[in-house]
Design a binder for this molecule. Sequence first.
Ligand SMILES: Cc1ncc(COP(=O)(O)O)c(C=O)c1O
Length: 389
Amino acid sequence: MTTARPLPSQRSEFSVEDGVHYLNCAYFGPLPKSVEAAGIAGIRMKSSPAPFPSTNFFTDIDGLKTEFARLVGGEAHRVAVVGSVSYAVSAAADNVCAGPGQNIVIVEDQFPSNVYAWQRLAAERDLEIRVVGRPGPPPSRGLWNDRVLSAIDVATAVVALPQHHWTDGSLFDLVAAGRLARQVGAALIVDASQTVGAAPFSVSEVQPDMMVTVAYKWLMGPYSLGAAHFGPRFDDGRPLEAGWMGREGAEDFSRLAEYTSHYRPGAARYDAGETSNFITVPMMREALRRISEWDPASIELRLGELLTPLAEAAGELGWPCEDEAWRARHFLGLRLPDHVDPEAFDRALAAERVYLSRRGGSLRVSPGVFSEESDIGALIGVMRSVSSG
Ligand SMILES: Cc1ncc(COP(=O)(O)O)c(C=O)c1O
């Protein structure tokens, strides 16, 4: 049983402008002030560098890996620092065993970074892509998840899923999907970009062969950086880049020309080149530290608490959304009712300075730890005004 309590508002830790109702973390999370300060310190260091040992190219990265492993309950040596979700998924796709007649299970409207690499693999090796469709307009009450589980069979080579669908927060049971994938020998690949930072994610429970997230959304970190956790399936894989930093002995710059085919253990081989960015790595490290300190379970409770009145108002006004048991607690996907003019709604949002995003027919409301009840209140006010014409 969780002992977590809802996190109090962290507004004062952010520079979000007063009067702006920013409900768009699923798109782009703002930086806490301490993360901004870590980035500025990195810029200053680069402007006037003092001599530093070559091992510094690795210590910040190692610290980041330790923080990430702590957050997702994984192992630090299994974490790779990547530039994007597409990068990590492409590396995984290059290293899965799959052949003609096998299939890859994904869901409808999945984010493209966890689709294109599978389409390429399917075309090259004659595999079937099984796109599990939405059962219809929300609420699906778990039917979508059931269909995903039913799509996994003995011919499945890869199950590539999110925990929360990026358009509307629909929830998939990754523990069950992982269990089935392991039974048939398929690889489970998870894009957790819409989960990690806002809700608990457990590598030890889900047991993904690879999971990855960006830093710039719910983790409140910089753009162009993410972290991936690779399981033993990929231990001897071939990285996308023939880089040098993941090789054994790379810390000793005086011996770099003593080339080696040996990599450092775990996932270091999948680190993207020049990951030791002295500006963004300390930023992401600090962001991870903050999220762990706030505690994802407490963050999730806080965001759920903020969104409850919105879900109630949506029900009252007839704006469809997913059933509580089968949606994210930290963000809400709403559908515009037929009688509401989308342009009038957009104009009303802009007038009230309410920011959210529209994805695949869904209005995605994604507050953060800096959000307050008044931010949700402003959105409810807009919904009421356009609903009454
Ligand atoms: C679910 C999900 N995954 C990944 C990304 C970003 O992917 P990439 O890092 O490949 O640009 C996004 C961005 O919106 C997303 O919503």
